[in-house]
Design a protein around this ligand. Structure first.
Ligand code: M6R
Length: 423
């Protein structure tokens, strides 16, 4: 008989993995998988889930923290999210997990996206994208609120749950609520075989690989990529022409290389952290596709550095937060080339007029921003809807290096758990 630890090791080095509960042993051979009880030898049947994680992915390698490793893995994790799913020449996206429900999706009247924390910010990004590409009415709901509301839903509603872990209790309960109303439930999940993946009618796996740091990084960017794929899938069903889809797919294909260029500028972030180390409070501002990234930048900073940060839609500045601005309260302003560039510029001018300091995240080839902001971090030029995949990286690195300078418990921040399985 194989010891449980040996059986677990054996399973780790196979391409197919099974849940191994206490008292059960799994044997994998070319004929299939047999699970039997250690206690009475009785055979059991369990579902099999294919996991594309490789042995060693769960180690820190040369990095001091999992979070640092996971930030640097993003070009590869995003590539894995795209792999085998894009046909740029045809302007098509293939999502095997949605094939069975494609007709129901085509007939859906609206889409509700529900999630928590970082995954909720991905949902907000998805709202802009799905409305632009697929012209489907979208609303985003925090799962912890949605599950207790009486939101109108029926069989013509699609509800998409986004969750790295697939185990977040509020998101799971939101899915169950949607199903009780007869809505089509979809999952966008990283962990294969997780509860949300099993309970939704259909879905798309992120394939980002194991994310161990409590602060989500690579799962977030994979969520953004998967939302692009979903928006293209629905877009082609509804309004996007093959050539429009092709252009977006080509942009997506280039993104991992551009992410590498951003990561290569990590020393600039170390310099900025040094400069702003005394600041106790930060404001993050963005508009349109950059608004969810402002929220995510503030959350990352709070989670691991324990410094106070607020994320805001820049257009809301005048409605309150501008009162906070003073020389000791830096603003991180997301201002890549976009349709809202001029508006963001005006917001930065308003902050500067009140003697605030501004760190701008801007596009390469924009020399004028350096005449306005105190510091600028440049990211490569990219189509506007894809820019969040680049602008979020300096924010992740800023939070990471600030937390490191402050000697925080980066991978296991105080009071936080990787998945929130109780209310
Ligand atoms: O596993 P999920 O994506 O459902 O988790 C949702 C949130 O708990 C999670 O994103 C949390 O906000 C992270 N710690 C953010 O870094």
């Amino acid at each position: 008989m194989m010891a449980a630890s040996d059986a677990a090791a054996f399973l780790t080095y196979t391409t197919k993995a099974l849940y191994l509960d206490d008292g059960e042993m799994a044997v994998i051979d070319p004929e299939g998988v047999t699970i039997s009880s250690f206690v009475n030898g009785e055979r059991k049947t369990k579902p099999v889930y294919e996991i594309n994680w490789q042995p060693g992915e769960e180690s820190k390698g040369a990095h001091r923290h999992y979070m640092h490793k996971e930030i640097h893995e993003q070009p590869d994790s995003c590539t894995n999210t795209m792999r085998g799913r894009m046909l740029p020449k045809e302007g098509l996206v293939k999502l095997g997990g949605l094939e069975e429900v494609a007709d129901r999706l085509r007939g859906a009247n609206n889409l509700i996206i529900t999630s928590c924390g970082t995954s909720y910010y991905a949902a907000l990004y998805g709202e802009y994208l799905l409305e632009e590409y697929a012209e489907i009415p979208v609303s985003c709901e925090l799962s912890s609120e949605f599950r207790y509301r009486d939101a109108p839903m029926d069989e013509k509603t699609a509800v998409l749950a986004i969750s790295q872990s697939g185990e977040t209790i509020d998101t799971l309960e939101a899915v169950r609520e949607a199903k009780r109303h007869g809505a089509l439930s979809l999952g966008l999940v990283n962990v294969v075989g997780s509860t949300i993946a099993r309970e939704t009618d259909a879905g798309v796996y992120l394939h980002a690989g194991p994310e161990i740091g409590v602060a989500s990084t690579k799962a977030f960017t994979s969520e953004l990529v998967a939302l692009n794929l979903l928006a293209l899938f629905l877009g082609r069903q509804r309004r996007l022409s093959p050539s429009q889809a092709r252009e977006i797919l080509e942009g997506l294909e280039e993104t991992p290389d551009l992410m590498r260029k951003v990561l290569a500028q990590e020393d600039k972030i170390v310099f900025l952290v040094d400069k702003y180390i005394e600041a106790e409070n930060y404001l993050f501002l963005g508009r349109s596709y950059q608004y969810p990234i402002a929220l995510e930048g503030a959350l990352k900073l709070k989670e691991i550095s324990y410094r106070h940060a607020e994320g805001y839609a820049a257009g809301e500045m005048k409605h309150g937060p501008i009162a906070l601005v003073d020389p000791h309260f830096p603003t991180v302003a997301l201002i890549p080339q976009s349709s809202t560039y001029e508006k963001m510029w005006n917001n930065i001018e308003e902050i500067k007029a009140r003697r605030g300091t501004v760190i701008a995240v801007a596009s390469q080839g924009d020399p004028q921003i350096a005449t306005l902001a105190d510091d600028v971090f440049y990211v490569p030029k990219i189509p506007e809807p894809l820019a969040p995949l680049l602008t979020v990286i300096p924010l992740q690195l800023f939070a990471y290096h600030l937390a490191e300078r402050l000697n925080r418990e980066i991978d296991q921040p105080r009071n936080l758990a990787k998945s929130v399985t109780v209310e």
